[in-house]
Design a protein around this ligand. Structure first.
Ligand SMILES: [Zn+2]
Ligand SMILES: [Zn+2]
Length: 348
């Protein structure tokens, strides 16, 4: 079985139309995104197992000789198709998984719709919400650094909420630090564990800058004291004067308009959850994921991340070979001029 990823630019409704109650199509989608194995090798005979659709298992039917008894016997090694994967242990049908994720990746997630629609219990729904969150939180925790020599990166910090009580629940301030490349809009966002205060910020922020921004970048920030030593760490630093403007009135090239725009988006996301710390990271991670991958590529990217975190048995030792085309244009499955991607394996 070759693995190929075609026709992934689905929106919410397309995805439902393609996969609703169609387990074969859903399984193929999951295999093409490396969530489920396309081949399994028998650990005893080192031969390829075959897949039994009825049993959802991979089975080795190789014959082994038993010298003492002077006869052969069949190996009969079996392993569940889901073993070790994102689907491990679930009793969901494949199409239910695929559509659960589809709903979870929509802007307007709600438990009730998915419970009624997929005929699942509230408990299963909460559990799967947690599994999906784990994928996006993993992405939040493992963001790639941005910038590079000569690349302009705008940075800023922000916070939401006031420490007070609302309906008996303690609300606390949420602090975020982030950066965005001015041209490509590549970005990172980090929720801060401790609130920033006027005097102990550089110890918090400089290590984050070094972690998330590549050396040689041109960093633009406001004139906050925490940012004063940036140029000592291998960056060019442009300081936007006049705290009340996002664009420096004396030099309009020095601005942080992109990061300000990002904060406006983040504030919109935050309205849904309020500023309850216990849900905030989960919530932020999901929205950041949706923001980064937009509709066309979000399903593709989610399942690729799930496959990386839970590689199927046969994929343990090899890189996942599906990469997103740089222009986000995936091949049109109906276009005969598209070369068919080769089998997976080898290096990405
Ligand atoms: Zn075997
Ligand atoms: Zn895809």
């Amino acid at each position: 079985m070759a693995r190929q990823c075609v026709g992934c630019e689905n929106n919410y409704l397309d995805f439902i139309a393609k996969y609703h109650r169609d387990n074969d199509a859903s399984l193929l989608f999951l295999r093409n995104h490396s969530v489920l194995p396309v081949e399994v090798q028998c650990p005893h005979c080192k031969t390829q197992c075959h897949y039994s659709k009825d049993r959802h298992q991979w089975i080795c039917s190789a014959w082994k000789s038993v010298p003492k008894a002077k006869r052969s016997k069949q190996c009969n090694f079996t392993v569940s198709d889901y073993k070790g994967t994102f689907l491990s242990g679930t009793r969901f049908e494949p199409y239910q998984i695929v559509l659960f994720v589809n709903h979870w990746l929509s802007k307007h997630w709600d438990h009730q719709t998915v419970i009624e629609w997929l005929h699942i219990s509230e408990r299963t729904c909460v559990e799967w919400h947690g599994f999906c969150s784990e994928i996006t939180e993993h992405c939040l925790d493992n963001q790639e650094p941005i910038g590079g020599p000569g690349i302009i990166v705008e940075i800023d910090e922000t916070h939401f909420g006031n420490p007070n009580y609302e309906r008996g629940r303690l609300l606390s301030q949420i602090w975020l630090f982030g950066g965005i490349e001015r041209e490509s809009k590549k970005l990172f966002l980090v929720p801060l564990v401790e609130p920033l205060s006027r005097n102990c910020n550089a110890e918090t922020l400089i290590p984050l800058i070094k972690k998330y921004i590549l050396p040689g970048s041109i960093i633009v920030s406001d004139g906050w004291t925490a940012y004063q030593t940036i140029s000592e760490h291998g960056y060019e630093h442009q300081i936007r004067n006049h705290a009340e403007y996002f664009v420096d009135p004396e030099n309009p090239d020095i601005h942080t308009q992109n990061i300000e725009r990002l904060w406006r988006d983040v504030k919109k996301w935050s309205k849904e959850v309020g500023n309850r710390q216990e849900f905030y990271k989960q919530h932020l991670a999901r929205h950041l994921f949706l923001h980064k991958y937009k509709t066309e590529i979000v399903h593709h990217q989610f399942f690729i991340e799930a496959a990386k975190l839970y590689p199927p048995l046969s994929d343990k030792e090899r890189q996942i070979s599906i990469v997103i085309p740089a222009n986000n244009n995936l091949e049109d499955p109906n276009d005969p001029s598209d070369p068919q991607p080769g089998p997976s394996g080898g290096n990405a």
